[in-house]
Ligand binder design. Structure first.
Ligand code: PEP
Ligand code: CO
Length: 456
């Protein structure tokens, strides 16, 4: 229930706080008309689903579950098609099966999907060959092509984004509810380009043992277990475009407060998470679980204050802290955050994003990430939490189900020279299938009980 402390919050109270990373529109009237329309359209998710996710994240905080969060850096409208969506789901389901198998724990699956359309930018402008244009801010705001027209902020794109989020979610819901997600048929999740991949062979070995176990369970149980035939799959995105997020923030019909019904798990990014800023103000009043990214510029005490501000009731499952320090800095920086949070006694779920602190520019100028840096940050995160008597409870990844060449390294040995062959991201470089599965095997080993560690 909303308590006294929320009496000074309203769905538009963020408007009197400084708001970073907001696009300016030429025609305020057109923006207002779009927002009015968005505010009347049906929600994309329900408050019941959000409450269920909060409970599952509370279980992860308590050490009884693990969070797998992943998807594109920036979803693009043109990828709102059956194959890319199904492929992303397949990779996440395969990864979660590896994690369940390795750890014997429940895995909470959350996509960066069905709304990850707005991007924060470090510069408002981009220059190419002496031509300077506004930066691309995600398909919700403008378009990636380098032309004056494409880079104009267009309010109609808010509606196009909402619609694509709805189409994506509709497809995901259909796939997760039955048939496709049935554990008896994991072959539904095979991707057609992976035959011959060493990670796929290893995965298939696991699937084979799983099928034997399922046959055994089916033989001894009297009733079919519905949880074997479906999966829970939740959505998340960076809550960046405040007018859009406000339009989808609604009061629940059953009197349990305000929810952002545009996604299950909104997060606030490294560039907009400051206390006293508009993003934090909007998220403060909603009932969703909330993610907060923490980068090298953060201060541990500031993060404690932020957690207290966003979760004044100390509600389990409410706060997920996603650290992304980079493989070079995690050892120096993370311990102080872990001890500050422990000393403050505030409940959080610790998650490692091993992507955003490890972005580099290749000689060609393309943004890339070295697989070894990603793996090394992730391993360091496990070790540091263990040493600090804390627990890493999840991973946050940028990945895709397409055979892209955006991150270098991994068992297939992608090099800088391969980057141009399938570099399709409109923003940050993503892990491909092989690389994502390699991360899943590594995580499974780290979270497995000692006796059950997987061998290569
Ligand atoms: C992102 O997740 O794509 C992102 C921009 O992250 P961060 O806020 O951690 O930089
Ligand atoms: Co990114």
């Amino acid at each position: 229930m909303l308590k006294q402390a929320m009496s000074d919050w309203s769905v538009d109270s963020w408007q009197s706080f400084p708001a970073k990373q907001q696009p300016a529109y030429d025609d305020p009237q057109e923006l207002r008309a779009v927002l009015n329309q968005l505010g009347r359209l049906p929600p994309l998710v329900t408050s019941w689903e959000i409450d269920r996710l909060r409970t599952q994240l509370a279980a992860a905080q308590a050490g009884q579950a693990w969070l797998l969060q992943g998807g594109d850096c920036a979803e693009s409208f043109s990828d709102c098609q059956a194959d890319p969506i199904a492929s992303k789901l397949k990779v996440l389901l395969q990864m979660s099966l590896v994690l369940i198998f390795g750890s014997g724990q429940r895995i909470v699956r959350v996509g960066r999907i069905a709304g990850q359309y707005a991007k924060p930018r470090s510069s408002d402008f981009e220059t190419r060959d002496n031509d300077t244009l506004p930066s691309y801010r995600g398909d919700l705001i403008n378009s990636a092509d380098f032309s004056t027209n494409a880079r104009r902020n267009d309010p109609q794109l808010l509606l196009r984004g909402y619609e694509r989020a709805a189409l994506t979610l509709n497809f995901i819901r259909g796939l997760s509810e039955g048939g496709f997600a049935d554990l008896h048929h994991p072959e539904n999740w095979d991707l057609d380009f992976v035959a011959g991949s060493s990670k796929f062979e290893r995965y298939q070995g696991m699937v084979h043992s799983l099928s034997n176990s399922l046959r055994f369970i089916d033989a001894i149980s009297e009733n079919p277990m519905p949880e074997m035939g479906r999966v829970d799959f939740y959505t998340s995105h960076e809550a960046l475009h405040l007018n859009y997020e406000q339009a989808l923030t609604r009061e629940s019909v059953r009197g349990t407060g305000w929810y952002n019904l545009g996604t299950h798990l909104p997060w606030v990014g490294e560039r907009t998470r400051e206390l006293g800023g508009a993003h934090v103000e909007l998220l403060r009043g909603i009932r969703n679980p909330i993610g907060v990214k923490i980068g090298p510029k953060a201060d541990p005490h500031e993060i404690v204050d932020l957690v207290r501000h966003l979760n004044s009731e100390n509600e389990p499952g409410r706060m997920t802290l996603i650290h992304r320090f980079g493989s070079q800095q995690i050892e120096d920086l993370l311990p102080a955050f872990v001890s500050a949070i422990a000393e403050a006694g505030v409940p959080v779920l610790w998650v490692c994003d091993p992507m955003h602190g490890n972005t580099i520019a290749a000689d060609s100028g393309k943004k890339t990430r070295k697989f070894d840096d990603i793996l090394s940050e992730l391993r360091a995160a496990f070790a540091i939490h263990r040493e600090c008597k804390s627990r890493l409870g999840g991973v946050h990844l940028e990945l895709t189900g397409e055979p892209v060449t955006e991150c270098i390294g991994g068992s297939s040995g992608l090099s800088e020279a391969d980057l141009h062959t399938a570099y399709n991201t409109t923003c940050d470089p993503r892990l491909n299938y092989e690389q994502a599965m390699e991360i899943a095997f590594c995580v499974a080993n780290e979270i497995a009980p000692h006796s059950a560690r997987l061998t290569d």
